[in-house]
Design a protein around this ligand. Structure first.
Ligand code: ACO
Length: 311
């Protein structure tokens, strides 16, 4: 029977149809999805921190309302993704425990600080822009619940990217000091954004299998290149410079060449040695502990509802 199940799984992949929670799937496919979806969900909720840092200091009511909506969206994305991961038979508690214990990852990018208001713009333009580039293909991921969650997430990310772009444009066209602040933010966020796509293809241990399973549709380097090519003309419109002297159009390749990424920095951040790793995880644990009463109240309420309905 195992061979028949595997054949059914493989033919579903070959036909590009979706694998659903009740379908048989190889254990390693399930484990890979849990790893990637958990990492993705954790990134969404940890990603709330660097931007929430600026809510109380947003320069106008309009900017504050936009930023609050955006940070709230990130919480929602985390919820869609934890729910999607639960369809694979893992509990949300278990995933959060692993995050808090440092046994599951979240994106490297959220270990960098948001030092000025312009960082909110750079995060929207570059970080959310990179996220969209990586996530649009995930809408065609072979696992149904993940693919469907991605459709909605991408629509919201696109709003986030635009708010960042518009914010940076306003600063870039503002006073000299505002322009300099925008440039400084782009200088600091550019390289870490390129690292979001993961290690180079030659060092990406999971890519080959994930692509064969149609979890990933493009390699890390392909998506990184696509992102660079999208950003170059956008930076021109913004009137800002991308901090890479090696960046230039390559007619032969029909793509931009760009400089070497500092992979030592990436690995250091993954090892927990980025500028904000400690702060992010401590704040996450504290938020979880302080939210215990909400979970208890919700559970008690659900139990009470059950009793009242004679269950
Ligand atoms: N930050 C932290 N860890 C990373 C990153 C990153 N930017 N990129 C890769 N890694 C980790 C992988 O998890 C893997 O860890 P492991 O060996 O301990 O399992 C290791 O580095 C090697 O990388 P790959 O083999 O290339 O891993 P993978 O095939 O999973 O590709 C990628 C990485 C592209 C990030 C993929 O997991 C993915 O597309 N994830 C979904 C998108 C996502 O998580 N986005 C979150 C940020 S966007 C946002 O929240 C706004």
């Amino acid at each position: 029977p195992q061979a028949g199940l595997l054949a059914a799984f493989e033919s579903a992949l070959a036909e590009d149809s979706r694998i659903e929670p009740r379908d048989w799937m190889p254990d390693a496919y399930r484990a890979t999805l849990i790893r990637q979806m958990a990492q993705h969900a954790h990134s969404e909720i940890i990603g709330m921190q660097p931007e929430a840092n600026w809510i109380s200091r947003a320069p106008s009511l309009r900017r504050k309302a936009i930023l609050m909506a955006k940070v709230q969206d990130e919480a929602g994305h985390g919820l869609y993704l934890y729910s999607a991961a639960e369809t694979l038979g893992v509990g949300r508690d278990e995933l959060l425990d692993k995050l808090h214990a440092g046994r599951q990852r979240y994106s490297s990018i959220f270990n960098y600080p948001t030092l000025t208001w312009a960082d909110v713009g750079a995060v929207g333009w570059l970080v959310d822009g990179a996220a969209i580039t990586n996530q649009v293909p995930l809408c065609r991921c072979s696992y149904g619940p993940y693919a469907r969650a991605m459709v909605r997430i991408c629509k919201e990310e696109s709003f986030h990217q635009r708010q960042g772009y518009e914010l940076l444009l306003a600063l870039s066209r503002g006073t000299e000091a505002q322009h300099a602040m925008a440039q400084d933010a782009v200088d600091r966020w550019w390289w870490p954004s390129l690292m979001m796509f993961g290690p180079p293809d030659t060092e990406s241990g999971h890519s080959e299998q994930s692509m064969a399973w149609k979890i990933k549709r493009h390699s890390n380097d392909e998506l990184r290149q696509r992102f660079v090519d999208i950003c170059v003309p956008q930076a021109e419109v913004l009137g800002l410079t991308l901090p890479d002297p090696a960046l230039r159009w390559n007619e032969e390749r029909g793509a931009h060449d760009f400089g070497d990424i500092d992979w030592t920095e990436f690995h250091e951040v993954l090892r927990g040695n980025g500028p904000c790793n400690e702060q992010r995880i401590t704040q996450r644990r504290t938020a979880h502990e302080q939210g215990a009463w909400v979970r208890e109240a919700a559970t008690a309420y659900a139990a009470k509802q059950g009793t009242e309905h004679g269950e």
